[in-house]
Write a protein that binds this ligand. Structure first.
Ligand code: ATP
Ligand code: MG
Length: 568
């Protein structure tokens, strides 16, 4: 490709304020001319973006096909009945874009395709002889995200690889789940990423047993708890810890006057008692399919409630905060709520089980109770946010926080979709059985941003060879110099013939401008053909190190071949 014909247009005068959040990846994607914003969370892919998308897709396809998966392309517009059947029409909330066609029939734009794929499997896979089967596609998705941001990291329209596997047993599904974990690791390694596989919450997709693939980057929206010593890592929404030990003593139960003392900090000060001896109550207004109800969660005074764990515990669609008046209308005295509060939905953190002699709210203004024993018949769930310094559940070393960008997610679905959607096959004995399923996603367009977020410097992107639109940029320092022009064109043609992805910067622009574009876009190597061509010399510039090396013209193609080969 010749630069002059490439539709690559870089932006020099870029206002930082144009980038919500100030992420480098977003700035460089826009300035480098990879994408063009059409609407909030909706982007055109310009040639550089499109080529990166294709390169990423090809690596994904190669590894998946190698692992025995088959590729299809499913419809993007899907009838809402399918979503009613699976029960996700309500559960998915406003991210699901719904609309009517001219016949007033309801449709949705696919945010993910479990329903559609299960329907397909139902009609095409009828016998155990066809199992196992792992079917995937790489296609557009639409989620009407509340806050689309950070460029391609959180779009509304975006590209996803979504795969679904069908099995006749739990063991076989687990085998495939492990195979997909291995395959995903290969894919992300080939993309040049530093990543971590972590335990995860299963979210709206449902099912249990899920892992996320996180690209480690400060800009990540996900907080991870990772062990300093072993491999353990988990999304904070699902992180576990070795349960804390407390020195409890049963004491006489008595009511104490605690005027205007609503927070654990204030109470702990007032009563000169450590925070872990208190029970903290967190009240939420929970939205369920058909109603709204208050729910009270109890955790130790030294702990915080993890909202995703809490939502899962009571199976709510979402939470809203509750104010004092509203709480009072349910008979709840905020600031003084204790385990004996008269509400239907109450949950205790697992680590409160069997604890004795604690200080809890008395459910009346300005009073608490001392010497309270946690009821044995309470409903106990894991509700706490793991903190830095807590002990790893596997090896007991310290846990610490890291930030990650979720680029992949694999789930063990079991019959979460096949049962409600009645997707069955005939087993060996001629009996109908529900498919046992797994599902596997990769954020393909998000990966472009994630790669750049991890691989950049103050000048621009540092693209890995495997995904760079062009691996080599042959820069003609002065296009009016015929010798430079001819030598550069010859190098370009030779590299092209060797199937190296190469671009020839043949623009009538200043050398400095061309170098700045090379650094901004981040092609891995540049060959600079300048004045020294009269001595049969050119330079190779390495984008990652920004170092330049003088090379004989006769050797440059071979040198580049070696550099690219070595890096593979
Ligand atoms: P997130 O927690 O980031 O919202 P998710 O858990 O909702 O993501 P999944 O349903 O697991 O996402 O989708 C599979 C993959 O699709 C994710 O791992 C992520 O890489 C990608 N993805 C999800 N939402 C978006 C989005 N709005 N824009 C770009 N990629 C996305
Ligand atoms: Mg996810």
């Amino acid at each position: 490709m010749k630069f002059s014909r490439s539709l690559i247009s870089t932006i020099k005068d870029y206002k930082k304020e144009d980038t919500e959040g100030g992420l480098r990846s977003q700035e460089y994607l826009t300035r480098g001319g990879f994408v063009h914003q059409v609407a909030s969370g909706v982007y055109d892919f310009l040639p550089l973006g499109k080529m990166m998308l294709d390169n990423i897709q090809n690596i994904i396809k190669e590894e998946l096909n190698n692992a025995g998966c088959v590729e299809v392309t499913l419809a993007f517009v899907t009838p809402s009945e399918l979503w009613q059947k699976s029960g996700r029409f309500e559960k998915y909330g406003k991210e699901l874009l719904r609309f009517k066609d001219r016949k007033e029939q309801d449709f949705v734009l696919s945010p993910t395709c479990e329903e559609l794929m299960v329907e397909l499997a139902k009609s095409k896979i009828t016998s155990y002889r066809q199992l196992p089967m792992n079917i995937y596609q790489i296609h557009l998705k639409f989620r009407d995200e509340i806050r689309p941001r950070f460029g391609l990291l959180r779009g509304r329209e975006f590209w996803m690889k979504d795969g679904y596997s069908f099995h006749d047993s739990e063991e076989d599904m687990l085998r495939e789940f492990n195979l997909m974990e291995k395959t995903y690791k290969k894919i992300f390694a080939r993309l040049g990423l530093e990543f971590k596989v972590v335990e995860a919450d299963s979210g709206a997709i449902g099912g249990s047993g899920s892992k996320e693939f996180m690209v480690l980057a400060n800009a990540g929206e996900d907080t991870l708890a990772v062990c300093k010593a072993c491999e353990y890592g988990a999304n904070i929404e699902a992180a576990r810890r070795k349960p804390k030990k407390h020195k409890d003593e049963a004491t006489q139960k008595e009511e104490i006057h605690t005027p205007d003392t609503k927070t654990i900090d204030d109470l702990s000060g007032l009563l000169s008692t450590p925070k872990d001896r208190f029970v903290k109550a967190v009240v939420k207004k929970a939205l369920f399919k058909e109603e709204t109800k208050p729910v009270v969660f109890f955790v130790a005074g030294c702990d915080e409630l993890e909202e995703t764990k809490a939502i899962n515990a009571c199976n709510a669609l979402a939470f809203e905060d509750i104010n004092e008046e509203e709480a009072a209308s349910y008979g709840i005295t905020l600031g003084f709520v204790g385990p004996d509060v008269d509400v239907e939905l109450k949950y205790f953190d697992e680590e409160l089980r069997e604890r004795l002699g604690l200080i809890v709210g008395a459910n009346k203004k300005d009073y608490h109770i001392k010497g309270y024993d946690i009821p044995k018949d309470g409903v106990f769930k894991d509700l706490v946010t793991v903190q830095e310094g807590d002990a790893c559940p596997r090896c007991q070393a310290d846990l610490t926080y890291a930030k990650g960008i979720e680029v992949g997610h694999i789930f063990q679905l079991r019959d979460r979709y096949s049962a409600p959607m009645e997707a069955k096959y005939l087993d060996k004995n001629g009996k109908t059985q529900n498919f046992v399923m797994g599902t596997y996603g990769i954020g393909v367009s998000r990966l472009i941003s994630a790669i750049i977020e991890q691989k950049n410097d103050e000048k621009g992107c540092i693209l890995p060879l495997s995904v760079a639109p062009y691996q080599v940029n042959v820069i003609i320092s002065n296009v009016k110099d015929q010798t430079q022009f001819e030598a550069a064109t010859k190098i370009y043609e030779e590299l092209k013939a060797k199937k190296i992805r190469v671009i020839l910067d043949d623009r009538d622009e200043r050398y400095g401008h061309k170098m700045a574009d090379f650094e901004l876009i981040g092609f891995p190597y540049a060959i600079i053909v300048g004045k020294n061509i009269t001595e049969q010399k050119v330079e190779i510039a390495n984008r990652a190190t920004l170092q330049k090396e003088a090379v004989d013209l006769s050797e440059v193609v071979q040198k580049i071949e070696i550099l690219i080969g070595e890096a593979k």
